[in-house]
Design a protein around this ligand. Structure first.
Ligand code: ADP
Length: 401
């Protein structure tokens, strides 16, 4: 990924703006003589006082808060991101620097800001209160008059922090994708098996149809062929949406995600002598990424199967349920009749890479599942009793579109 070094400068004094531009432009290296004994021609370049040529900043200049907001809007529209900004607190016009940052962070939550003040009229604590707890690692504070070193180093820090966050997000996205592929891998063999069965059924029934002249019988055989092919088509479609890369949020039924997962584990259920019961009660649609939630259900169901080595039963329930604050929501419960989770293990099951399955487990399933559910604004919780079984509850908020 190429580093983003776009910085917005917001100051109403033309001279100060010029100062920033000057400070943040790479300087031509100055040629100096190393020692008086060396001839003048044998000179060595030492860097000038500005940033190095390699860290070239793209500067966007605004002379008022309103202009700054307009610049951010038009950059976002053009699909360009601003990494950081320097904001003078006292600005001509309706918006001061702090109000400008508030407006900008509502448009682009990721921007890193340096609050620059000449009068120290706002204390750091005051600003912290205004920006809030969740923004505290994204801003810094600088008094005027500033030195070039302060400006260059703040620019460096703020843009580096922006880029680091971006890299973390990207790694996280790749991890989610890898986990999804691993989940597909887990069921792939079963799906291959199921496809084999479907083809056998199609061939067998086609054989029978070809061997008879009786139109009624041919009709019956073809109907079975059609059903089998439809089932194969459903599996393929589900696999495709499941392995899709990009998140796709839409108003959708949670039950559809559950069914998608269920359709992929049929073979696993049969093999493990696990019966499946779904109870889908009327529930509102929620804003959700069906493929991602199917992945969550797949993780929960595969874990449930693992917890029932001698067979058992999975009960999957979908129902409307209010959140703890009374807000509207929809819940899915996956209950098994398995081993249950011992008290010393329970606090760790959602930890990344925690597994009790040795080489057979990755310990990633539940931590990624919880992350997916929380990205939906929901919760993933567990209730369990050793020797009786475990029930996971996935809750999603319902917001009217
Ligand atoms: P993995 O399945 O690869 O171990 P997970 O993150 O999916 O990773 O699960 C972590 C641990 O939580 C499992 O190793 C297991 O000990 C426990 N666990 C998860 N689901 C169940 C369940 N339904 N019944 C019993 N234990 C479970």
């Amino acid at each position: 990924m190429e580093e983003n070094r776009t910085i917005i400068i917001v100051d109403d004094e033309a001279e100060t703006v010029k100062g920033y531009v000057d400070f943040l432009s790479p300087k031509e290296s100055a040629a100096v003589r190393r020692s008086s004994r060396q001839p003048v021609s044998s000179s060595e370049k030492i860097p000038g006082p500005g940033p190095s040529a390699a860290e070239k900043y793209q500067l966007l200049l605004a002379h008022s808060g309103e202009e700054a907001v307009a610049i951010v809007q038009s950059e976002l529209k053009a699909d360009r991101r601003i990494a950081a900004g320097f904001f003078d607190v006292k600005l001509e016009g309706g918006m001061d620097g702090l109000a400008t940052i508030q407006a900008i962070k509502a448009l682009d939550r990721d921007i890193h800001c340096v609050v620059v003040t000449a009068y120290q009229d706002r204390t750091v604590e005051e600003i912290h209160r205004i920006f809030g707890e969740e923004f505290k690692d994204q801003w810094d504070y600088l008094n005027k008059p500033f030195t070039q070193g302060e400006i260059v180093q703040k620019a460096r820090q703020m843009t580096a922090a922006w880029n680091r966050k971006r890299q973390l997000e990207e790694m996280n996205r790749q991890l989610l994708q890898a986990e999804r592929m691993a989940a597909v891998g887990q069921v792939a063999r079963g799906i291959g098996h199921e496809f084999g069965n479907i083809l056998l059924r199609i061939m067998g029934k086609t054989d029978l149809a070809l061997a008879t002249q009786d139109p009624a019988k041919i009709h019956d055989h073809l109907q079975v062929v059609m059903k089998a092919a439809e089932r194969a088509a459903v599996i393929v479609r589900n696999l495709q949406s499941f392995s899709r890369n990009e998140p796709k949020f839409q108003q959708d039924d949670l039950a559809a995600a559950l069914e998608e997962a269920h359709s992929l584990v049929n073979h696993e259920l049969v093999k493990a002598s696990v019966t499946w019961e779904s109870q889908v009660r009327p529930a509102p649609k929620a804003r959700l990424d069906r493929g991602a939630l199917a992945q969550v259900f797949l993780n929960l169901v595969i874990n449930a199967i693992h917890a029932m080595p001698k067979g058992g039963k999975i009960t999957a329930t979908i129902e409307e349920r209010r959140g703890t604050d009374g807000s509207q929501g929809v819940a899915a419960r996956i209950a098994d009749t398995g081993t249950g989770i011992p008290a010393d293990v329970l606090p760790r099951i959602f930890d990344f890479a925690f597994t009790t399955k040795g080489d057979r487990g990755s310990g990633i399933g539940l931590s990624v599942s919880r992350q997916i559910v929380e990205a939906h604004g929901g919760t993933l919780t567990v209730a369990t009793e050793v020797g009786r079984g475990t029930e996971f509850t996935l809750w999603l908020p319902v917001r009217k579109p």
